[in-house]
Design a protein around this ligand. Structure first.
Ligand code: DAH
Length: 346
């Protein structure tokens, strides 16, 4: 019996030496080492089997030694795995108990989320989506929309010109799409036109040279200002909740007469007045009006028979109000810390 114990102590010592000297080039070698030591027929496992046959009085000292060996082997394997992990050899570790890695599912951009929601609401009212080019001519962006030749919006300050005479430019608003729709289609017309627009503005928290608008256009017989008001009220309630209220303030746009700007009750303070609505309880969300008869005629629509309304809004602005975003530049920086906050919104 004594001989067996001496033999086992020798084995323990040589295995301890082997473990302390062992190094691995890859995770495969670590796994081989683990099996060789701790597998079903591994050296350490066999020692434990042998240990069971030892008389009780010799077990104490030997037991401590075998346990120390097992701990040393396990620690070695742990260290080797950790250094393999930090070397980027993660995938090759075949540990079935390791938690899996989650592939991030990505998220829609907040501008797309709001654009899709606006489209959904107007689709329910029978509107269809229309599109148009970002590079436009003077006619579709200005002239057909009743802008007088000397109107300041044609100035180099606001518009990015690509060519002069004839003027080719980046559209400054999506109202150009309503011109294209009216030129190609007779009433009834009910379209919603989302798109990117461009203005030569200094970039700040509140302004950008690229932004997004949604234009709406409804032309038919007997369309009135009351229809416009009701459509916008419905839209506001769908987007901001049943308690949302709107108010219309008289305004001016060359392409509508009469024109109005639409305010929505501030959803942050429920109209009581806060920093965002500057104490007024109201937030401006869009421009609108009855399509000017000059515009209808320019686009080949009989203004004696038909009337209609149009509206236009900035998607960034609405997204800022909906999600509480305070800096417009965040929409264009592709900072994942910002974008990932929208993962749960569909
Ligand atoms: N095009 C206008 C702008 O960019 C927005 C707008 C106002 C569009 C009134 C409309 C409208 O259709 O009726 O500021």
């Amino acid at each position: 019996m004594k001989e067996i114990v001496v033999n086992m102590i020798d084995k323990i010592e040589s295995l301890l030496k082997e473990a302390s000297e062992f190094s691995a080039k890859n995770t495969g070698e670590i796994e081989e080492f683990r099996i060789r030591m701790l597998g079903k027929k591994g050296s350490v496992t066999l020692l434990f089997d042998e240990f069971k046959t030892i008389p009780a009085e010799q077990k104490k000292e030997l037991g401590q030694k075998i346990n120390a060996l097992k701990n040393a082997v396990q620690q070695k394997i742990g260290e080797l795995r950790n250094s393999a992990l930090s070397d980027g050899d993660i995938e090759k570790i075949e540990d079935p108990t390791r938690p899996g890695t989650n592939d991030p599912i990505g998220s829609r951009h907040p501008i797309s989320l709001v654009r899709n929601e606006i489209i959904d609401i107007f689709t329910r009212l029978g509107y269809t989506v229309a599109d148009g080019p970002e590079i436009e001519d003077d006619w579709h962006v200005f002239s057909a929309l009743n802008f007088p030749p000397e109107h300041p919006a044609r100035d180099m300050q606001d518009t990015f010109f690509i060519e002069k005479n004839p003027d080719i430019l980046l559209r400054t608003h999506t109202s150009s799409i309503q011109v294209r729709v009216m030129e190609n289609q007779q009433p009834p017309i009910r379209v919603i036109c989302p798109g990117r627009v461009f203005r030569n503005e200094a970039i700040s928290a509140r302004a950008h040279c690229i932004f997004h608008q949604v234009e709406g256009l409804y032309i038919d017989e007997n369309v009135t200002f009351a229809d416009l008001k009701q459509s916008i009220l419905y839209f506001a309630k769908e987007l901001f909740g049943e308690d949302a209220a709107i108010r219309l303030r008289p305004s001016y746009f060359p392409f509508t007469e009469p024109s109005a700007e639409v305010d929505i009750s501030c959803n942050l303070c429920s109209g009581k007045g806060c920093a965002v609505c500057k104490g007024s309880g109201w937030l401006e969300i869009m421009g609108c009006g009855m399509v000017d008869t000059n515009v209808l005629e320019s686009c080949g629509i009989d203004s004696n028979k038909y009337s209609g309304f149009a509206f236009g809004m900035g998607i960034e602005r609405i997204s800022m109000l909906k999600f509480g975003v305070k800096d417009l530049r965040l929409y264009f920086e592709n900072d994942l810390r910002f974008l990932r906050q929208f993962e749960s919104v569909i």
